[in-house]
Design a binder for this molecule. Structure first.
Ligand SMILES: [Ca+2]
Ligand SMILES: [Ca+2]
Length: 300
């Protein structure tokens, strides 16, 4: 009851002061322009995730792809292809704790995997890369703290430090980092942002804010980005959340990624990283990131 009252009060404050969410790092209700998808775009690529296995002409679930810089250890967990399923018309990326290391890897050190949290990623790297357009996924987000799901875009030149994002920019269409941060309703929000010039010295990250979706850990919402030579415009359910041209907009083709990550480092879950709380997936439990489709559109 108290949560509801606070939530209504915060909504009221947001209504009378639209700048308040950004000032207080609170989530905002998407309220920008409408996408007008049919009018402005045509579909050029899609995966509805039919059938019972990943379409490897479109995606790779093996992060040894040369164009990626990642190994099997990913932050506080491991990326393993056994955590990827296609069923009931959706891609499902599962996150679980495993006492015994999964078999693998087909790359890197044979000792790379250990007991710990296992999850996964798929990417179109080396298979399908796109320049400009509108990129959308429809998904239900994993119900767990201490981890997050994401739909994002990258290219190899994101690592190139030249004081610009024009060579390549990590475009985070959404990241679901706020499950159960619910005392003011933030549990129903996702975050959006971009990164460029690598991840060490020179790295620039631009957080654009937190945005409410409709019951995103239980129901499908669409998350998209419109990318043209002038700016990135982010959408939830076809309504703009934010836009930016920070760093100069990427002028290089980028690939698509769907992933889950566990907070931490070197395969050890670490509660405080990114402030996502302590991971709450008990042994035997599974958190699922369910993706109904990914669609790519170009301007008409
Ligand atoms: Ca589907
Ligand atoms: Ca750069």
């Amino acid at each position: 009851m108290m949560t509801k009252i606070i939530s209504i009060f915060v909504s009221f404050l947001m209504f009378i002061s639209p700048e308040l969410p950004a000032l207080l790092d609170l989530p905002a209700i998407p309220s920008g322009q409408e996408l007008k998808l049919e009018e402005r775009f045509e579909l050029v690529w899609e995966d509805e995730f039919e059938g019972d296995s990943l379409d490897t002409t479109k995606w790779d679930d093996n992060q040894s792809v040369d164009t990626l810089h990642w190994g099997p250890i990913r932050k506080g967990g491991y990326w393993h292809k056994d955590m990827i399923d296609v069923r009931d018309g959706s891609l499902v990326i599962s996150t679980q704790y495993k006492d015994t290391a999964l078999e693998g890897p087909t790359f890197g050190s044979p000792d790379s995997y250990g007991p710990g949290y296992y999850t996964g990623m798929v990417a179109t790297a080396g298979k399908h890369e796109f320049l400009y357009g509108y990129f959308e996924c429809r998904a239900i987000l994993p119900k767990a703290t201490g981890m997050w799901s994401a739909f994002w875009m990258m290219n190899g030149d994101v690592y190139n430090v030249d004081d610009s994002g024009e060579d390549g920019t990590e475009i985070d269409v959404f990241e679901s980092m706020d499950y159960l941060h619910a005392w003011w309703g933030a549990g129903d929000c996702v975050q959006t942002g971009i990164h460029y010039d690598g991840y060490a010295e020179g790295h620039t990250g631009v957080g654009l804010g937190k945005w409410f979706a409709n019951n995103p850990y239980e129901e499908y919402n669409t998350y998209g980005v419109e990318w043209n030579e002038n700016e990135y415009i982010f959408y939830i359910n076809g309504v703009e959340t934010a836009r930016t041209s920070a760093g100069g907009v990427s002028k290089n083709p980028e690939y698509l990624i769907l992933s889950c990550e566990v907070a931490g480092e070197n395969g050890v879950a670490w509660a405080d990283r990114h402030g996502v709380g302590e991971i709450d997936i008990e042994p035997g439990e599974t958190a699922e990131f369910i993706v109904d489709y990914v669609k790519v559109y170009q301007y008409k």
